[in-house]
Design a protein around this ligand. Structure first.
Ligand SMILES: Nc1ncnc2c1ncn2[C@@H]1O[C@H](COP(=O)(O)OP(=O)(O)O)[C@@H](O)[C@H]1O
Ligand SMILES: [Mg+2]
Length: 240
């Protein structure tokens, strides 16, 4: 993949870089310009919040950064690799090795218990013993030592999100991408999830990119970006 690397002068210590990232959905009358040339540069170990109202393009931005969808124009680099140029069949490996994902609705499998859910990403790997112990340690780390064999339906929303966070960590990615991780949680539980993400950032050095309309996340972030109608900025919209 060396042909997709950029020189050090381009990258610095940046683990995620986007250049003029643009996404247009549909065409003709249904054409939506969801992202309009977003430039972002995230250094290793940062916790970044992208704040924006519903429909501003937050999920679109995260999906491009996470290589879950292709940009219409522009470039995305993860750890120096231009993912916007990597063929689909090789992208899954980058996603698995470099990225962990957390979503508003957790996406747990209801018939599996907490530990089994955490182990989903390693199912194809058949190194069950080692990962089972790692999964147990991660569930302890997120405060669910006593809930490992509970199914999602037997867990509160905050506990389900903790399971999802442990699952995001199972393959030890450097970057966690979180799409409205507190969106379905009450204020107190949301604050606990924010605390947990900060702890993982500070103590484990995980890089976080969190897109949200929760201004409390922004208060706890090192840097905040603002997304309005597909335009990304590092100053709040009213100061533009
Ligand atoms: N798959 C899609 N097809 C067409 N339009 C879409 C699609 N996904 C999102 N959009 C539109 O793009 C804009 C940004 O959406 P989204 O990124 O989901 O915003 P947010 O996550 O901030 O709520 C919205 O106007 C939305 O309706
Ligand atoms: Mg969204």
């Amino acid at each position: 993949m060396s042909e997709h690397k950029t020189g050090p002068e381009d990258q610095g210590e940046s683990i995620i870089v986007t250049q003029e990232l643009t996404k247009i959905y549909g065409r003709g009358a249904t054409r939506v310009s969801a992202l309009k040339g977003a430039n972002i540069r995230v250094r290793k170990g940062e916790l970044i919040a992208v704040l924006g109202p519903s429909g501003s393009g937050k999920t679109t931005l995260l999906n491009m950064i996470g290589a879950l969808d292709r940009p219409t124009r522009g470039r995305v680099f993860i750890d120096g690799v231009e993912t916007s140029k990597v063929p689909e069949r090789r992208l899954y490996k980058i996603r698995r090795e470099k990225l962990g994902f957390i979503f508003q609705t957790y996406y747990l499998v209801p018939t599996l218990n907490a530990l089994q859910n955490v182990l989903i990403p390693v199912l194809p790997m058949r190194e069950n013993k080692r990962y089972k112990r790692r999964g147990e340690r991660l569930l302890e780390l997120v405060g669910l030592k006593d809930r490992m064999h509970h199914k999602p339906g037997e867990l509160s929303g905050g506990e389900q999100q903790r399971v999802a966070i442990a699952r995001a960590l199972i393959l030890n990615p450097g970057v966690i991408l979180a799409d409205e991780p507190t969106g379905n949680l009450d204020t107190k539980t949301g604050a606990e999830i924010i605390d947990l993400m900060q702890r993982l950032n500070k103590e484990r050095g995980k890089t976080f990119i969190i897109v949200t309309h929760d201004s409390r996340i922004a208060e706890n972030a090192e840097r905040v970006f603002y997304l309005m109608d597909g335009r990304l900025s590092d100053v709040p919209p009213e100061e533009n």
